[in-house]
Design a protein around this ligand. Structure first.
Ligand code: ISL
Length: 510
């Protein structure tokens, strides 16, 4: 089980209100108790933090905000001592606009080798005042920003699929590829066990940067024919990266890949490309048994032909928290409990986003002045951005900041989170946290969780599958209890009496 740490929100050790690596280090015991096999640490490299660290100005250093590089070295040693691996989040698609390369590109002017590391183009129209193509940025507004040239006049435009502070790199430039290989080796040589690669479906751009025929209707929404993503050149890039990874046989790469088509998804995880890619189908699925089954089947199908491990994700730092997606309140909690048990019963790698193990819901009533996500600013204030799933974790005590920090947390924390703090939940056997612990441990020690899966006949509104090792997983998505089939009950997500599995819950039997 991979545990995704969003460091700004996990734990703060120096009282500045922003989580850091010292805070993470203090909580490694908690993560060991939870049963974490590997950490995925969201970006902590040097960054002006225009996009929470996904705008990197030095990919081979740790930002002082997070404690500098010594703090990472300590995490690596201590996590390894506790039997946990460490994977870092790298951002190969773009840099910060404060990266020395981008500053040099602005100073050097059109046609320079400095500009060739990015995508600079002349504008259209008589004064070049129209962006070079019609691409929108994922965060809203055009994907192009015009620069002021060294002579003081408005000049070329540069491409940014995300914020203007995140210029896209040109992956056809050999300095770009060589520098990234250096970054991979830098962290692997320091003892890191692998990487999550941001926007792994976006690094290759189509020749000529053609206009989009159909503009997306929503931000953060992607069609498979979107020219900004999933261009064939991506695979050559991933093959080169894999060659470096293979020099470190224990190391693993996990790509952020958004593509719906199963065949195209599978292409990213061929034996000479990424080791794994996130499959976001479950994270986009409501609590509907038919859709859950289709998501599971598609996810398995996508990797079956290439022999890669399936991956399972219910949420992350970009997506509404699952409790909220499933309907908040008691039903949302019950369904999230059912779904983590379903996920952990599937073959493959499970990714848990920090706070999911506490059943945190999205915080959708943050005051406007507290919002920090760039998608919020650029959407003309129609969408609230991703802050709601990034509120800091409640650790202990009666009142905010619940031990997260000794200062003021960078986002306000709901007072009612006293009831879901780690301290509160550790004491209760019926808490979400206790369920996570029991389920993760059960999965780790029982041989019945081995092998592939076969669907098992189940009443309408239910799902059941059996693993080759013998585990039977039954999910009841109806609104009434169902009678469980024969077998020893190993764990249920809700209390049962007389073998009756309540609505919105899952059981494991052997
Ligand atoms: O292309 C998409 C599919 O709709 C987007 O969802 C896109 O892949 C996603 O927003 C990329 O997210 C990652 O890169 C961003 C950063 O803001 C996110 O936090 C990160 O997860 C830019 O680096």
């Amino acid at each position: 089980m991979f545990y995704q740490v969003y460091p700004r929100s996990f734990a703060d050790s120096d009282g500045d209100g922003v989580g850091d690596l010292g805070g993470l280090r203090d909580k490694l015991g908690y993560l060991e108790l939870l049963g974490v096999d590997a950490l995925w640490i969201c970006p902590v490299m040097r960054s002006p933090m225009a996009d929470g660290g996904y705008d990197v100005s030095d990919p081979r250093d740790i930002d002082p905000l997070f404690g500098g590089i010594a703090a990472l070295d300590e995490i690596i040693v201590e996590a390894h001592d506790r039997g946990m691996r460490v994977t870092m989040d790298l951002v190969p698609n773009h840099t910060s606009d404060q990266h020395p390369w981008f500053r040099a590109a602005l100073a050097a002017g059109p046609g320079s080798p400095e500009r060739a590391r990015y995508h600079f183009r002349d504008g259209r129209g008589p004064d070049g005042a129209v962006p070079p193509n019609n691409w929108p940025s994922i965060f809203g507004g055009p994907a192009w920003t015009r620069v002021i040239e060294p002579d003081g006049r408005p000049g070329q435009w540069y491409l940014h699929l995300f914020a203007a502070e995140q210029p896209d790199l040109n992956w056809e430039n050999t300095e770009v590829t060589a520098d990234f290989e250096q970054t991979l080796r830098f962290w692997l040589d320091r003892g890191v066990d692998g990487f999550r690669l941001d926007v792994a479906h976006g690094m290759a751009k189509p020749p000529g940067l053609p206009d989009m025929e159909r503009l997306p209707t929503r931000m953060l929404h992607l069609d498979d024919d979107d020219p900004r993503f999933n261009n064939p050149g991506a695979h050559e890039i991933h093959r080169r990266i894999r060659k470096v990874m293979d020099e470190y046989p224990h190391a693993v790469s996990i790509g952020e890949v958004w593509v719906n088509d199963n065949v195209r998804f599978g292409e990213y995880v061929r034996p000479d490309e990424l080791h794994m890619a996130f499959n976001f189908r479950l994270a986009q699925t409501p609590f509907d048994p038919d859709r859950i089954r289709a998501a599971v089947e598609n996810s398995l199908h996508a990797v079956a032909g290439v022999g890669a491990s399936p991956t399972w994700t219910l949420s992350n730092h970009d997506i509404e928290r699952e409790v909220t997606r499933y309907g908040d309140g008691p039903a949302g909690q019950a369904r999230a409990r059912a779904m983590i048990m379903l996920e952990l019963a599937l073959p493959g790698a499970v990714f848990v986003y920090n706070g999911a193990e506490l059943g945190l819901s999205n915080v959708d009533d943050l005051p406007e002045e507290a919002l920090q996500d760039p998608t919020w600013e650029r959407s003309g204030h129609t969408e609230r951005g991703r802050d709601g799933c990034r509120v800091p974790l409640p650790w202990e005590g009666e009142r905010p900041p619940f031990g997260f920090t000794t200062g003021a947390p960078w986002l306000p924390m709901p007072p009612q989170w006293a009831a879901v703090s780690v301290e509160t939940q550790l004491e209760r056997l019926d808490s979400m946290l206790s369920l996570y612990r029991m389920a993760i441990e059960t999965r780790a020690v029982r041989p019945e969780f081995a092998g592939g899966l076969e669907w098992y006949g189940s009443p309408p509104g239910c799902l059941a599958f059996r693993r080759e090792g013998g585990l039977l997983c039954v999910l009841n998505a109806t609104d009434a209890p169902i009678l469980l089939p024969a077998g020893d009950i190993v764990l249920t997500s809700a209390p049962i009496t007389a073998r009756k599995l309540p609505a919105n819950s899952t059981a494991w039997l052997v």
